[in-house]
Design a protein around this ligand. Structure first.
Ligand code: ATP
Length: 334
């Protein structure tokens, strides 16, 4: 059992749910109306996120993880479908309706530097958030800034430093402190440790786990590194070409993947030599097809070693297995 998930009871209170969530981009020639092509970045996604859990989102580059994350936080407008947050559909809210939601759902990015103004001290970067949202009376702002630095494991005197005076890991901690400043309930973290050295990655992953327990946070944690996702997630959703192909309890999914794509991803995780002999590997051949022209049946059928005629013509939907996982495959693995 993973270190980060071991002590947590199974979360059961629904926080967020999507129904047939879809996001298309129009690309190509858009000057003439109707001349662009439809890129199906996220298609027909129905998932649940429960209070206190970390839902890991994995998949190869281009599978739609970031687009899904940006739809959940409503940084993107959605093409169709629903996002139910605490019982309310936020999928089509305009900017004024979204204001309170934006505070409750925060996003953390791979590169915090892009959003940290290099000419401002940390005190001003985070203090501005507190002032804009009027979260604390003026007299309490200094104390709150100190609390936030304590929470993310940075010394209070660093409040007077500029972003360039920090290491990559410290900058990510500042990004986390700024997200925490608005007291969010849900954090969508998009590749938050991918740009960091491995040793620093472990520290920031532990910080995420620690904050979840201390503040009762819920995460959607996007990463391409399956080992990191296993360490941090209570459940995992596997994406392929804009669709969820498998979702379920982390340990079960890693130990007994039901979708051939999940199995291929897991069998590619580097392991000690002694273990690799015991594992039956699926080597993925070929590139992910274009989301401009996805395969007609199962989207994975062009790369799946088990695909037959049915897979090439009939798209499988996510169906629950007896052990609580769901898989979109006509022939789930035993
Ligand atoms: N703003 C956009 N306009 C047009 N196409 C986009 C846009 N953003 C993403 N896409 C396309 O949508 C698909 C999904 O991209 P997305 O970035 O969500 O995948 P990802 O799994 O997060 O990949 P990565 O790990 O490389 O970020 C890709 O084909 C991508 O080229």
């Amino acid at each position: 059992m993973s270190e980060a998930t071991g002590a947590m009871p199974a979360p059961t209170t629904l926080l967020l749910e999507t129904n047939a969530l879809t996001k298309h981009f129009t690309v190509g020639k858009t000057i003439r109306p109707g001349s662009g092509q439809t890129l199906r970045a996220v298609e027909d996604i129905s998932i649940t996120v429960h209070k206190g859990e970390t839902l890991g989102l994995v998949g190869e580059s281009g599978s739609g993880k970031s687009t899904l994350g940006r739809c959940l936080t409503r940084l993107y407008d959605v093409t169709s479908g629903d996002i139910i947050y605490e019982g309310r559909n936020i999928a089509r809210l305009g900017s004024s309706g979204l204001k309170p939601v934006r505070r409750k759902i925060q996003m953390i990015f791979q590169d915090p530097s892009a959003s940290l103004n290099p000419r401002r001290r940390v005190r001003d970067i985070i203090g501005e958030v507190l002032k804009v949202h009027r979260l604390r009376p003026r007299g309490e702002i200094e104390g709150r800034l100190g609390e936030l630095m304590d929470l993310v494991g940075l010394r209070r005197e660093y409040l007077d430093r500029f972003p360039h005076e920090f290491s990559g890991g410290q900058r990510q901690r500042i990004g986390i402190a700024r997200a925490l400043a608005v007291e969010p309930e849900l954090i969508v973290a998009d590749e938050p440790v991918s740009a960091l050295d491995v040793s620093v990655q472990a520290q920031v992953v532990n910080l995420f786990a620690d904050l979840r327990e201390r503040l009762g946070l819920t995460y959607v944690f996007i990463a391409h590194d399956l080992a990191v996702v296993r360490q941090v997630s209570t459940r995992v959703a596997v994406m392929y070409l804009g669709s969820i192909v498998e979702i379920g309890d982390t340990d079960r999914l890693y130990e007994k993947p039901a979708h051939p794509y999940t199995k291929a991803l897991i069998s590619a995780i580097p392991r000690p030599i002694a273990e690799t002999h015991e594992r039956q590997r699926i080597i993925l051949e070929g590139e992910i097809p274009s989301p401009l022209d996805p395969p007609a049946g199962c989207k994975f059928s062009t790369r799946c070693p088990y695909a037959d005629e049915r897979c090439r013509t009939e798209r499988p939907v996510l169906k629950p297995l007896a052990d609580g996982r769901s898989v979109a495959c006509h022939y789930p693995l035993d």
